[in-house]
Design a protein around this ligand. Sequence first.
Ligand code: CP
Length: 337
Amino acid sequence: MHQIAIDRKTLVGRDFIETLDWTVEEIEEALAVAGELKTAFKNGEPHRLLADKTLFMLFLDKSTRTRNAFESGMTQLGGHAIYLDAEKTQVAHGESPKDMGVVLSRYGHGLAIRHDLAPYEGNVWMREIARWADIPLINLQCDVDHPTQTLADLMTLREKRGENLQGMRVAVSWAYAPSYAKPLSVPQGLATLLPRFGVDLVIAHPHGFELMPEVMERAESAAAEGGARITYVHDMDEAFRDADVVYPKSWGRIEAFRDEKAALAESGAFKDWICDARRMSLAKADALYMHCLPADRGNEVTDEVIDGPQSVVYDEAENRMHTGKALMALTMGGYGL
Ligand code: CP
């Protein structure tokens, strides 16, 4: 049974921009709350912890899961989520992070932002908004981290494999996708979170698709504290061999992000980086297949794998809502203050 390690009120007003900004104990508390709220939702028990409160959600990129998980989650918590995008706000005219942070703080109780398509921009921008805002800011994906996704992934791993993940081997591999140059923040976010909970990570990618070096340095330091290791290979088969979990997904080359056509053309040389049944057979017989979605079916993964018995992608997607609600409830005063 979960022991309450920290007072939930200490998380009121806290930003959640990278999982590294929160201690392991604070993340444990968020997972405990997510579990409680999931049970309440399944049992149809009202849990209006944020009645009459407002969350402003600003998306500078598209979203299916994140927007709807947070919007429906806020409704269930008794509050209201407002969807904003760059074109419908003065962001399009270059309104300053300070002005936006100060003004929205006077109207509501929480900010949530996605700005993930430009390396070295989104994280800095949202931290600047957070510096001026008096209300908490939740990162809905930036160039560095996708912390609400990886929290849901950690919850899913625990549900499937138990609380103690020490020694588990997770293969995070690049995979080919022709749809768009996907951000680096999911693999980076997995690297900065899972090893803190004892998970050994193997990261695989073709040469030239390296993750941000300064983020990986932070991930490696955090892994050492968690008693886990991060290793790198340039061979998808090698990463999959004996893995407990595989998490193959595409990401773009850092330096090619501003020219998506070029980025996708470069990726085309690695079309054989696909998660198929042969590759799954290299992993442990009961290995889990994970993906944050959206997946490029037929390119990143075959239908046989993503629709197969080892796939937990819909559980991950569902847990986006329960973990998102936990973060909103904790940071926006759902447990007092
Ligand atoms: N996984 C995820 O963030 O999905 P969306 O892009 O649809 O929000």
